[in-house]
Design a protein around this ligand. Structure first.
Ligand SMILES: Nc1ncnc2c1ncn2[C@@H]1O[C@H](COP(=O)(O)OP(=O)(O)O)[C@@H](O)[C@H]1O
Ligand SMILES: CC(=O)N[C@@H](CCC(=O)OP(=O)(O)O)C(=O)O
Length: 289
């Protein structure tokens, strides 16, 4: 490899080799810490176009001895198909109103399109991934949250056994947000809530949401780097946190009971996961109790 040189902001000349040593030196304690730890990563539908870089980070994390679990959304893809099929798209507080026809589309898009697409891409990149949804092995059981929302679930229980078995066998589990309702029905669940409950059930070290914003913004539009529960609830009441950010923040607050570190970061930033996990500089918003 040819050595190239660049300058630091202070004007000092440094070589690539020096940079590599610097990066490794900073990352090694984090790599050591994350060995054997479970990390739940939620990839928002808003960020699926950046899935290749996210999958690359996840495959590297697995190679470094961490246990990453990917939970994905797919809201914009479902909207696209509903439009093609002349079906309406309606959300209440960030949750999709899901009648029987919408549920059919949700199931097909989340499992047939998004989940399988991620598994195939991971495999092509050299990762060993297995796709499953909350209905597999009775993993996520739920009840209907409110009749006015239709087939939308609220989590009753999460059995992490199927995911734990896959992790133990060296696979990267990729989870679609569907659940088993009463009487064998399938219920649509917001992926943020599935990620939070699964992270809790797995005793995950970290829960990281990748979305299409730099983090949570306050009423002045500026990024909030640390957000406490009481402030978060106030921002929701005041309408500053709205739409799809409501289930995300609610999910973060629920998860904090069991998961020590919960972050919302910008999934559009290339390799933001590596930066978040392996450098001293955190990105996005950290939710704290
Ligand atoms: N206070 C806020 N700060 C940042 N984003 C917010 C806020 N309130 C609402 N949002 C919206 O939440 C969106 C992210 O949620 P969502 O669209 O469900 O994304 P994802 O598909 O990643 O889950 C952002 O694109 C933004 O428009
Ligand atoms: C009940 C409910 O809202 N379910 C979501 C499931 C997908 C999802 O959560 O996707 P994002 O991560 O892109 O938001 C939906 O139907 O859109």
């Amino acid at each position: 490899m040819a050595i190239s040189f660049s300058r630091t902001p202070e004007g000092d000349v440094i070589s690539d080799h020096h940079l590599i040593a610097q990066v490794l030196g900073e990352a090694l304690p984090y790599i050591d810490f994350l060995k054997g730890k479970t990390l739940v990563i939620k990839l928002g539908g808003s960020t699926l176009e950046h899935q290749r870089a996210v999958l690359q980070d996840i495959i590297w994390l697995r190679a470094l001895g961490a246990y990453p679990v990917l939970v994905h959304g797919g809201g914009p893809y479902i909207n696209e198909w509903l439009t093609k099929l002349n079906l309406p798209t309606r959300f209440v507080n960030g949750l999709r109103v899901t009648d029987a026809a919408t549920l059919e589309v949700v199931r097909m898009v989340l499992l047939g399109q998004v989940n399988q697409g991620l598994v195939l891409m991971a495999s092509q990149m050299g990762g060993k991934a297995i796709g499953l949804s909350g209905t597999d092995g009775g993993m996520v059981r739920a009840h209907m949250i409110d009749e006015r929302l239709g087939f939308v679930g609220e989590v009753d229980s999460v059995d992490p056994t199927p995911v734990e078995a896959l992790l133990k066998d060296g696979y990267i589990p990729i989870v679609a947000p569907l659940s088993e309702g009463p009487d064998g029905t399938c219920l649509n669940i917001n992926a943020d809530l599935v990620a939070a409950h699964l992270a809790g059930a797995l005793n995950a070290e970290k829960l990281i949401f990748l979305s299409n914003v730099s983090g949570i913004c306050g009423s002045d539009g500026n990024l909030i780097s640390e957000l406490r529960e009481s402030e978060a609830r106030k921002l929701i009441d005041d309408g500053v946190i709205h739409g799809g950010m409501i289930p995300k923040v609610t999910a973060c607050l629920d998860a904090l009971v069991a998961v020590p570190r919960v972050h919302i970061v910008d999934g559009r930033d290339s390799h933001v996961l590596l930066r978040e996990l392996f450098t001293d500089k955190g990105a996005g918003t950290m939710i704290i109790r």
